[in-house]
Design a protein around this ligand. Structure first.
Ligand code: B12
Length: 211
């Protein structure tokens, strides 16, 4: 029998190989994929987020835990899709136009996936039209924008203005982040939320979809 505590520990400690092998064994043993996600992997990522907020984990630990989570999720994702398990909500995330930094964005995306969200990753150098298309065509409830350059932060403002101009501002919540972005800037440009870290992004997204 697969030892499920090992799955929790593998995600918490960022051991991607162990996370994968325990997940494979658990599936073989007949564990429902959703239970693996809800009872072990998401709680482990929640704990990673808590340790980060308490300054016991730092960005490298977040990255390796997120990688372990991702490698186990790769096995579960097709099975979850088959089983028709509904995601908590849908988020479109991207690094804004002109900006190629994606480490923080990927971390936010992985934490959101870990939190049960379906994440549409639009990549880097993402112009307003792609965010707008994700809202219109994929029905995302949350748009998450990342910027690492002071010169690309205005793209966040432009994207928000274009979302407004497209008449879909009331269909979507917008959160922003990235090293140079501040709470003040977020409120100046009319974003709904700002956070300086990936784990708080999950709490914010949950609050958005739960009303
Ligand atoms: C790695 C890096 C690169 C790599 C990027 C690789 C990659 N795949 O991302 C490379 C080498 C390509 C690069 C290129 C450049 N870079 Co660079 N880069 C960095 C560096 C060293 C680390 C950034 C990083 O990944 N941090 C770690 C992640 C985890 O942190 P983070 O992104 O802030 O994300 C966290 C939070 O901000 C938050 N978050 C992030 N996004 C979001 C989104 C939402 C919605 C939420 C809620 C939260 C959130 O959660 C994350 C996790 O907690 C920084 C310096 C630094 N120490 O920050 C410079 C830096 C960002 N780069 C800089 C510059 C100038 C450049 C270049 C212009 C250099 C050049 N002259 O070519 C180019 C620009 C290329 C481009 N068009 O984008 C400057 C920016 C200065 C400024 N004020 O604008 C910095 C600050 C370096 C410096 N001190 O000068 N860079």
């Amino acid at each position: 029998m697969a030892d499920m505590q090992q799955l929790y520990d593998a995600v918490l400690n960022g051991d991607a190989n162990l996370a994968r092998s325990v997940t494979e064994k658990a599936i073989e043993d007949g564990f429902p994929p959703k239970d693996l996600l809800d009872s072990y992997m998401i709680p482990a990522m929640d704990e990673v987020g808590r340790l980060f907020e308490e300054d016991e984990y730092f960005v490298p630990e977040l990255l390796i835990s997120a990688r372990a989570m991702k490698s186990a999720l790769e096995i579960l994702r097709p099975l979850l899709a088959e089983g028709g398990v509904e995601p908590v909500g849908k988020v479109a995330i991207g690094t804004v136009k002109g900006d190629l930094h994606d480490i923080g964005k990927n971390l936010v995306a992985a934490m959101l996936e870990g939190g049960g969200f379906e994440v549409i990753d639009l990549g880097v150098d993402v112009g307003p039209e792609k965010f707008i298309a994700a809202v219109k065509e994929k029905g995302v409830q949350v748009v998450a924008m990342s910027a690492l350059l002071t010169t690309t932060m205005p793209s966040m403002k432009t994207t928000l203005q274009e979302i407004q101009a497209a008449g879909i501002r009331d269909q979507v919540k917008v959160m922003v982040g990235g090293a140079p972005v501040t709470e003040r800037y977020a409120s100046e440009i009319g974003a709904d939320a700002y956070s300086d870290n990936a784990s708080a992004a999950v709490t914010i997204a949950r609050s958005f979809v739960n009303g």
